[in-house]
Design a protein around this ligand. Structure first.
Ligand code: TRP
Length: 331
């Protein structure tokens, strides 16, 4: 038996992952994979809550998201990749937990509200409204202690903790209350100046983008509009490119800001420096990805084996949950 504490985190399988995902969560996953027994969920059921009318996209995305996780350095011999829809215990726990959650608490969940507005839902489905309950089942089926996620997941973490406390209070100590782990990095802005990097916003740099694509995206970034000539003094404090240097080129960040303020480095040179810093980060990911692209069967096996392992754990948890709720009468 492993003595390690557990991590569970994951991604909706609606498309490839980008730098925002890396900074917000993937980086932490890689850092913690030795210290924790880690489960990475390919959340395909949660993907359906918004993409049920586009099923053609999902199978492909399951592989993309799996490869994104593997290519940033998660070691398949250390971590467990789990496909959500292969874990019946998640569905069972979702139903049990739904008794403990009021419809109003879901309606008032700030992330649900924002997402419903973004997707233009004025009459949202039961599945969409209830996905935070399903996410609580994701986290608790393996009794995870820690969940590395971005800030937008905070309301879902609060709901999970509340469900666990309520369950344990009603039926006896059964579930584990998980902690949330936020990244030290602030949320990554879009290079177009948007507050967020996102697929739907059209401003994402994908982990799988080829070098030339990354360079093009960086070169098209908006910078300080008041700077016309390259030796005009710049204002790095209001420039999104400087924010990226801080995250991805920390060693040269101070220098670049000073040179910019003095008008000693122009925007083009500054962007080129960023593009090469990003290349240094992404190149090893590309190499690993090329391997997995060429060995899709191996990726599939990793997902199937991981899901089988998760199922054993999940079935155990469901049994304990049923016992605690007094609905288990034996095999
Ligand atoms: N909702 C998460 C996101 O959009 C994805 C997710 C699904 C998740 N299940 C999870 C994250 C369980 C952490 C734990 O990014």
């Amino acid at each position: 038996m492993s003595e390690k504490k557990r991590i569970l985190t994951g991604d909706r399988t609606t498309g490839k992952l980008h730098l925002g995902h890396y900074v917000g969560s993937l980086q932490n996953r890689v850092r913690l994979q030795d210290e924790y027994e880690s489960f990475i969920l390919l959340a395909d059921i949660q993907a359906l809550t918004t993409h049920f009318e586009h099923p053609e996209l999902l199978e492909h995305s399951i592989y993309e998201v799996a490869m994104d996780n593997l290519s940033v350095g998660l070691d398949p011999n250390k971590i467990t990749l789990v496909q959500q829809s292969r874990i019946p215990s998640i569905g069972e726990l979702t139903v049990f937990y739904s008794m403990l959650v009021s419809v109003n608490s879901l309606r008032h969940n700030p992330t649900i509200k924002t997402e419903a507005a973004n997707y233009g839902y004025n009459d949202m489905t039961y599945g969409f409204l209830g996905y935070p309950v399903s996410q609580s089942a994701d986290i608790t089926f393996c009794k995870a202690n820690l969940v590395p996620v971005g800030e937008d997941q905070k309301p879902h973490m609060e709901m999970t903790r509340k469900i666990v406390r309520r369950f344990n209070e009603l039926y006896g100590e059964t579930l584990v209350e998980p902690d949330m782990m936020l990244s030290d990095c602030p949320r990554l802005m879009g290079l177009d100046g948007n507050a967020k990097m996102g697929k739907s916003l059209g401003n994402a740099i994908y982990l799988s983008d080829p070098a030339e694509e990354v360079r093009k995206k960086v070169m098209s970034a908006v910078t300080d509009a008041s700077r016309i000539k390259k030796d005009d003094p710049g204002h790095p404090d209001i420039c999104v490119v400087s924010k990226y240097h801080k995250v991805f080129n920390a060693g040269e960040y101070e220098n670049i800001c000073e040179s910019c303020k003095k008008g000693a480095i122009g925007c083009v040179a500054c962007k080129k420096a960023l593009a090469s810093a990003l290349s240094a980060l992404l190149e090893p990911f590309r190499e690993k990805r090329a391997y997995y692209e060429a060995h899709r069967d191996e990726v599939r096996d990793i997902i199937l084996t991981g899901s089988e392992k998760a199922n054993k754990i999940g079935n155990e948890t469901v049994k304990e949950v049923k016992e605690a709720m007094h609905i288990y009468i034996g095999d």
